[in-house]
Ligand binder design. Structure first.
Ligand SMILES: *[C@@H]1O[C@H](CO)[C@@H](O)[C@H](O)[C@H]1NC(C)=O
Ligand SMILES: *[C@@H]1O[C@H](CO)[C@@H](O)[C@H](O)[C@H]1NC(C)=O
Length: 246
């Protein structure tokens, strides 16, 4: 302790003297150092700013390019979309516009007013005609008078007819030949190949009149087919396949 004190006391004056002597020198040093540091900081800041500007500029250039690309692709898509709908008018029938302000479309397997069941679309007319005219009217819509190939189909046609007919009957695509005593569907297949839903099993052997089959939606779908003269004026059920690209 004593030694330390002695040393401090001894060297005290010398230290003090040198501090006083060089009082302005460190100040200058300090200032120039400060200046230097300030310069460095300013430089760094500038560098930073330049980099930020550069980065954001290149980023916005990249974004602009991307936007341009997307706009071009949208224009091309819009063009091919318009081309498709002008070259294939049937597309507009199957994919009608559902919102005229946005131009949104919805594609459906059946035309408007046709009802889908299984893979067929059915149309229930309100007007009446004889059987042959009915067949032509269905053909002009791209179909034929309806055939019934399964019990499920019969039930669907019966129920739909019941809800729409107000008591009317509908032509089915069913024709009888009195000479042969047989029935045929309008697509050429013999009736005897599939299920039958006659009210009374008809015997037409020897009949000279042209006979056709109608659906009368009373109360039992299993017994709702009747014989009619083909010249009778009835509503009709048309059928066509659901839309497909094949
Ligand atoms: C698509 O094209 C039609 C006519 O060609 C135009 O009216 C419509 O504005 C275009 N839509 C877009 C998003 O470019
Ligand atoms: C059509 O689309 C617009 C915008 O999405 C919507 O506000 C409007 O309700 C739509 N109109 C119909 C009839 O759906």
């Amino acid at each position: 302790m004593g030694v330390n004190n002695g040393l401090t006391l001894q060297e005290g004056p010398t230290t003090k003297a040198s501090t006083e002597q060089c009082d302005h020198k460190p100040l200058a040093h300090y200032l120039s150092l400060l200046c230097f540091m300030l310069t460095i900081v300013t430089l760094l800041q500038t560098l930073c700013l330049v980099q930020i500007t550069f980065t954001s500029q290149s980023r916005s250039i990249a974004q602009e390019k991307k936007l341009q690309d997307l706009t071009n692709r949208l224009r091309k898509l819009n063009q091919s979309h318009h081309l498709l709908f002008t070259q294939y008018p049937a597309l507009s029938q199957y994919c009608p516009t559902i919102n005229s302000s946005t131009g949104d479309r919805e594609c459906r397997p059946c035309l408007a007013d046709w009802k889908l069941n299984g893979d067929k679309c059915f149309y229930f007319s309100e007007d009446r005609a004889d059987w042959i005219s009915s067949q032509y009217r269905c053909m002009s819509l791209g179909g034929a008078v309806a055939t019934v190939k399964t019990e499920e189909e019969q039930e669907f046609l019966f129920k739909t007819a019941q809800s729409l007919s107000q008591g009317d009957s509908y032509w089915l695509g069913l024709r009888g030949s009195g000479v042969e005593g047989t029935w045929q569907w309008s697509d050429g297949t013999p009736l005897e190949n599939g299920p039958q839903f006659w009210y009374h099993q008809p015997d037409i052997t020897g009949e000279s009149n042209e006979l056709c089959g109608r659906l009368t939606p009373a109360d039992n779908y299993r017994r709702s087919w009747f014989i009619s003269r083909c010249s009778g004026q009835l509503r009709r059920i048309c059928e066509r396949r659901q839309a497909s690209l094949q």
